[in-house]
Design a protein around this ligand. Structure first.
Ligand code: ZN
Length: 267
């Protein structure tokens, strides 16, 4: 750890929220897929060296201001079937809580994540599997909209519908409140944040890198992506903040591109 980040961590500890997508075998490298053996190595390392808590506890600790060093939470986006098949047994083995953000139309099996359009097998969890996950100890189900759009490119009515209706649909299916939202592709504006609050979510996660410290807006929680390339030393470096500045620069560039794409869409 760099002396600066070590000092910052001592003076103002923060929590990292880890972002995963798929956990499955893959022939070629995919930034959003981690091999189950690699995932197992990552979770074992994390469980031995970090305190891993649920999003409920992240919010409670941010509110109370009592942040402990080396605390992380685990999240998965898009609701892939492989989360249940490969990730859950590993999470159970190491007693690691996690939040899975699902897209309701993916669970309806009427739509799939466009990145994996060519895959023949079923890609996403169905509703019975979501219910099965929901009752597992430590597993939280969150919303990732109805159809996984670029929210800022939609008109206000559509954007609001994606955020509010997905919450209602998932709540009906699992029979419990859905408290957490995840902006698809990290694309959102102030308008979306307001819809998320209006819908009654407790908090929302973004793809902005960095730590979550007391005082952070709960609807702008930061996350760090963990990939197939990350071994224990990489995870340690990422979580210590070694890449925060470069990740922040990459994130600004990405946001600028989103803004440009949204402007072009509205032309
Ligand atoms: Zn997504």
């Amino acid at each position: 750890m760099l002396p600066y980040t070590r000092t910052m961590e001592t003076l103002r500890p923060g929590m990292r929220i880890l972002m995963y997508h798929r956990v499955c075998k893959n022939d070629k490298y995919d930034q959003l897929t981690v091999d189950p053996d690699k995932f197992s190595e990552q979770i074992r390392y994390l469980s031995e060296h970090y305190r891993i808590i649920s999003l409920d506890n992240v919010i409670a600790e941010l509110e109370s201001g009592s942040i402990k060093k080396n605390t992380v939470a685990v999240t998965f986006d898009d609701g892939y079937l492989d989360n249940l098949v490969y990730a859950i047994p590993i999470l159970e083995k190491y007693k690691v809580p996690a939040t899975i953000f699902i897209t309701s139309q993916f669970c309806d099996q009427v739509k799939r994540h466009p990145r994996y359009n060519n895959e023949k097998q079923r890609l996403h969890l169905d509703w019975d599997e979501v219910k099965e996950l929901h009752v597992m100890p430590g597993i939280t189900i969150g919303s990732h909209t109805l159809s996984h759009p670029y929210l800022s490119s939609l008109d206000a009515v559509e954007s609001k519908n994606e955020i509010i209706e997905s919450k209602k649909i998932i709540e009906e299916k699992i029979g419990s409140p859905v408290n957490y939202f995840c902006y698809p592709s990290g694309d959102f504006g102030v308008r979306e944040m307001n819809f998320v609050k209006e819908a009654g979510y407790l908090a929302a996660v973004t793809v902005a890198p960095g730590k979550n410290r007391p005082g952070i807006d709960r609807y702008l929680l930061r996350r760090v992506e963990i990939t197939q390339k990350d071994g224990p030393a990489d995870i340690k470096a990422k979580l210590s903040g070694a890449f925060d500045i470069i990740h922040q620069l990459l994130h600004w560039r990405r946001q600028r591109n989103f803004a440009r794409a949204a402007r072009n869409n509205n032309k």
